[in-house]
Design a protein around this ligand. Structure first.
Ligand SMILES: CC(=O)SCCNC(=O)CCNC(=O)[C@H](O)C(C)(C)COP(=O)(O)OP(=O)(O)OC[C@H]1O[C@@H](n2cnc3c(N)ncnc32)[C@H](O)[C@@H]1OP(=O)(O)O
Length: 207
């Protein structure tokens, strides 16, 4: 009984995850689309959510927008409405004991999340990535496809950890940072930076 907020590429993948775990989908909310999307109805705009909630019994929502900052903005905008945020976890994901997964979080196909990892709210653990024991992934972060975090890595809030990047054990990545595709992180990375390369080094500061 899900309604997905945002109708774009990322939403289609989340839709498939929910279908593969036999969840019922009511449709999407989106500000720029009408009619149908991925064979499901666009039920209205995001700011119509309070009206739309009344039409369904106990709907769960996931903000299916890939951009970390946009996802956070939408969630914050809905805070006063007491929305019930669900999760989407692909049946092929391997999730160890004592792992916590926050609300609104998506775990895609062929991922592995090992013992005692803490995954925050509205996080994306993308296809084929691995998160090892005792890692922390902060709210609104995104671990991209094929990325690997060794044990005890901590990604702060709003980190985009790029496709096929990796981090050795114990690394800390500061809030609102981007780690470029294929980067190899062997030293801690500061907040609000873009870092790339092997070894990964900051190349830009973000606002
Ligand atoms: C299902 C999905 O689609 S999930 C999405 C997954 N996508 C990703 O993970 C994307 C990750 N993004 C990247 O890697 C980007 O290249 C970024 C964010 C690191 C940098 O992007 P921009 O800020 O636009 O930087 P820009 O392209 O101008 O590059 C700046 C310099 O860094 C270099 N650079 C950029 N990315 C990388 C990288 N991943 N590794 C090594 N060098 C890089 C560029 O070659 C350039 O070097 P130069 O100045 O010597 O020419």
């Amino acid at each position: 009984m899900y309604i997905l907020i945002g109708a774009g590429g990322h939403s289609k993948v989340v839709l498939d995850i929910l279908l593969s775990s036999h969840q019922k989908i009511f449709g999407f909310l989106d500000d720029n689309r009408m009619g149908n999307f991925a064979s499901y109805p666009v039920l209205g705009r995001i700011d119509e959510i309070d009206k739309i909630i009344q039409e369904f019994v106990n709907p769960k929502f996931i903000v299916t927008i890939g951009d970390n900052h946009a996802r956070k903005r939408i969630v914050k905008g809905l805070e006063s409405l007491n929305i019930n945020f669900g999760q989407a976890i692909h049946p092929s994901a391997i999730i160890g004991s004592n792992v916590s997964l926050g609300s609104g979080t998506v775990v895609m196909a062929n991922t592995v999340i090992n013992h005692s990892a803490e995954i925050g709210n509205h996080v994306i653990i993308n296809t084929g990535s691995t998160i090892d024991h005792d890692c922390v992934v902060g709210n609104y972060s995104h671990v991209s496809p094929g990325a690997n975090l060794a044990g005890n890595v901590a990604l702060s809030e709003l980190v985009h950890f790029g496709i096929a990047a990796c981090a050795i054990q114990g690394i800390k990545v500061g809030r609102n940072s981007i780690v470029g595709a294929g980067s190899v992180v062997i030293r801690n990375l500061p907040a609000k930076t873009v870092s790339v390369g092997n070894p990964a080094r900051p190349i830009k500061t973000l606002n």
